[in-house]
Structures are given as C-alpha cells and as structure tokens.
Design a protein around this ligand. Sequence first.
Ligand code: PGA
Length: 247
Amino acid sequence: MRFILAKDATDVSQRAYDFIRKSILQNPSLILGLATGSTPLELYKLMISDHKRGNLSYKKVKTINLDEYVGLPEGHPQSYRYFMDNNLFNHIDIDKNNTKVPRGNAINLDKECEEYSSFVSTNRPDIQILGIGSNGHIAFNEPGTSFNSSTHIVKLKDSTIKDNARFFENESEVPQQAITMGIKDIMSAKMIILLATGSSKAEALYRAIKGPITEDCPASILQTHPNTVILGDHTSSFWIRVNREPE
Ligand code: PGA
C-alpha cells in the first residue's frame, strides 16, 4: 500500500487521472472499476475535459461499477447508473454496452449478485477507483462485512443513510438496501486507487492505513493488497500527518 499526500481535492483527482490516462494509453482496452459518490466527481470532470480536448479515447475501455441501490426505478436520478451516465459516460466516447453497473432492480437479486461476481472474476479490473466512507466502508461493504464476501445485498447502516441523505429530498427516501461488490471482488483488481478528501474521512483513513486489519474497518484490508495507492488531501490525512490515533 502506497500513501500519497496530495495538496487538495484537485490534486487528488489529477493524480488519479494521471494513473488512468497512462494506463489507457498503454492498454486502450483497459478494464476500469469505477465508484460513485462526491469524491470521484472531479476525477470524472478531468476525464471528460481531457477527452473533449481530443487527448484520450475510451472506445475500447470497459468499466465495472462497485454498487447500486436496491429498488430505485430505472432512470431514477439518484440511481448509480444515472449518476455514471450523467457524470461520465454520456460525455466520453465509451460504448455503453461496455459499462457495467449492478442492476439494483433485477427481479432475482441473488442471481444478479452471483452473475456480477462471476463477471468481475473473469474481467478483473486493471484499476479500481474507490472512495471511503466515514465509517471505513468500501463500496457498500459496511463494518463487519466478511473480507471473503462476494457481490451481495446489504442493509445500509444508519450512518451511511445519513451520509447519503444529502442527495435525496429527505432521509426517508434513501433506499435501505444496496447491491455491492464484495470485498473479495474488490481485492481482485490488479491496482486499487482509493481517493479521500475532507476532514470527515480523516479517522477512517487513519484506521485504514495505520490501524489493525479488521473487518470493523473494511478499508483496512487494502493493507494486504499488492498494488494499492491511497491518495489523500491534507484534511482527510490529518490523523496520518500528526501520526496519532483519533480521539
Ligand atoms: P463520498 O462517498 O465520495 O460521497 O464521500 C464515498 C463512500 O462512501 O465510499
């Protein structure tokens, strides 16, 4: 695991983009694991603007997303499929058939989970972009999730529902369940880039990097991944910089 202290959120995004750009130039058929949430938005803006300048094509790139809410109707503006289409896919030259997001409204969710895990294992992401939750979750793998988990349905923790309520009219509209790649699926990526910005992530980032490897902090498993880069801005890296445990 390599930790890079970036100047600010823009620097975090730029550095992540530099990895992606270099990798796509080397391998135009790259498999890119993508995440939703506010953290990667600036990265996606960089991908779009550089693409519009004619610098990078995504024609052969395949993407695999981490997760999706359960039960939102297709086209719902808070669904992660909608998020990805609007914040990235609609603005680059990617073939939408090559973009995979779990189907949170599949009739048979168990089958969807099984098929998703098997898809990930035969299409291991070359790079997986990750955010981190304020409780240390990665994707929707909440504290306590088995490190051995494959794609599964989760009941969201209250803290995650609260974190995500800002995107909905009110907290009661946030779905209670999600479908998420499991930790084993995420760990199968050849390279993982975790982005963290803002003080609300400081404790989780400290526990992920310096704490014990424990299912209480799902992101701590990344300490065992052979090729993980953590990009943190100054505020999210506060506890790491002062090198003592959060109170
Ligand atoms: P955020 O979410 O980027 O919106 O902070 C990250 C996460 O919960 O994984």
